[in-house]
Design a protein around this ligand. Structure first.
Ligand SMILES: Nc1ncnc2c1ncn2[C@@H]1O[C@H](COP(=O)(O)OP(=O)(O)OP(=O)(O)O)[C@@H](O)[C@H]1O
Ligand SMILES: Nc1ccn([C@H]2C[C@H](O)[C@@H](COP(=O)(O)O)O2)c(=O)n1
Ligand SMILES: [Mg+2]
Length: 235
C-alpha cells in the first residue's frame, strides 16, 4: 500500500501545501491527487514510476512472460484483462457491460479500464509496473496519458503468428469466456485494426521492443531479460 498518513500537521499552511503540490512531479500530482495530499490522506510517492506496457495478440504469451519478469526484476504486474475479470466477478455496476464486451471480443471503454489501473497503481508499494494488455487502442493510450499523466518507459510487443496464438488460446483451459474460436477470431480482428496502430505509435517514438514470441517460454524470456537488465544497470 502507498504510505498513508493519518494527518498532516495543522500548522502547515495551505499556501505551503500549494507550493509543495506545485513542485510534485506529474506522477505525484496526477495519480494521488493534490487535493487528497492537501487533506493529508495520502503521502506523495518518493520514486518516479517505471512503466512498461506489455502488448501482443491474444495468446501471444504476455501473461506468461510477465510472471517471469516479476520473478526476475521485481515489477508489480497489472493485467488489464484480470482487473476487468475481477470487476465481473465482484458484480460491480460495470460488471455486466464488461462481461458482454469481453464475450464479443471488443474493448471496454477506456475510462473504466484506466480507473482500475490507476487504483492498483495507487495501492501498490512498488514503483515498477508491468501493465499487461494495455493500451489496446489509441483511445486507451490517450486516456491513460490524460488520467495518469505519464508515458511508458518501455513497450514490449510479443510478436506471434496467428496460428500459434489460436492454438495456445484454445489449449489454455482456464475457463475464460473468450477462449473459443468465435471470440478469438473477433479478438484477432480487433488486434489488427485497433492495437497495431498503438504498437506503431510507440515504434515511431523509439520505445518499442519487439520479441519474437515463438519457441519455449524460457527461450522467449532470454529475449526479454536483456531489455530490463540494461535499465537496471542505468539505475
Ligand atoms: N512459449 C510458449 N509456448 C507454448 N505455449 C505457451 C507459451 N507461452 C505461453 N504459452 C501458453 O499459451 C497460453 C496463452 O498464454 P498467455 O495467457 O500468457 O497469453 P496472453 O498473451 O496473456 O493472452 P491473452 O491476451 O489472451 O490474455 C497459456 O496457456 C500459456 O501457458
Ligand atoms: N485494455 C484492455 C484489456 C482487456 N480488455 C478486455 C478485452 C479483452 O479481450 C479481454 C481480455 O484481456 P486479456 O486478458 O486478453 O489481456 O479484456 C479491454 O477491453 N481493454
Ligand atoms: Mg493474458
Amino acid at each position: 500500500m502507498w504510505r498513508r498518513v493519518a494527518s498532516l500537521s495543522s500548522s502547515i499552511s495551505s499556501s505551503f501545501l500549494a507550493q509543495t503540490a506545485s513542485r510534485l512531479n506529474t506522477w505525484e500530482s496526477l495519480t494521488t491527487g493534490i487535493a487528497q495530499q492537501a487533506k493529508g490522506v495520502i503521502a506523495p510517492k518518493e520514486k518516479t514510476p517505471f512503466i512498461t506496457f506489455v502488448l501482443g495478440g491474444p495468446g501471444s504469451g504476455k501473461g506468461t512472460q510477465c510472471i517471469k519478469i516479476v520473478e526476475t526484476f521485481g515489477f508489480a504486474h497489472l493485467s488489464a484483462g484480470d482487473l476487468l475479470r475481477r470487476e465481473i466477478a465482484s458484480k460491480s455496476a460495470d460488471g455486466a457491460m464488461i462481461l458482454n464486451t469481453i464475450k464479443e471480443g471488443k474493448i471496454v471503454p477506456s475510462q473504466v479500464t484506466v480507473k482500475l489501473i490507476q487504483k492498483e497503481m495507487e495501492l501498490s508499494d512498488n514503483h515498477k509496473f508491468l501493465i499487461d494488455g494495455f493500451p489496446r487502442t489509441e483511445e486507451n493510450r490517450v486516456s491513460f496519458e490524460r488520467i495518469i499523466g505519464v508515458e511508458p518507459n518501455v513497450v514490449l510487443f510479443f510478436d506471434c503468428p496467428e496460428e500459434e496464438m489460436v492454438k495456445r488460446v484454445l489449449n489454455r483451459n482456464e475457463g475464460r469466456v473468450d477462449d473459443n474460436l468465435e471470440t478469438i477470431k473477433k479478438r484477432l480482428t480487433v488486434f489488427q485494426a485497433l492495437s497495431l496502430p498503438v504498437i506503431n505509435y510507440y515504434s515511431e517514438r523509439g520505445k518499442l521492443y519487439t520479441i519474437k514470441a515463438i519457441g519455449t517460454e524460457d527461450e522467449i524470456f532470454e529475449q526479454v531479460r536483456p531489455i530490463f537488465a540494461a535499465f537496471e544497470t542505468v539505475g
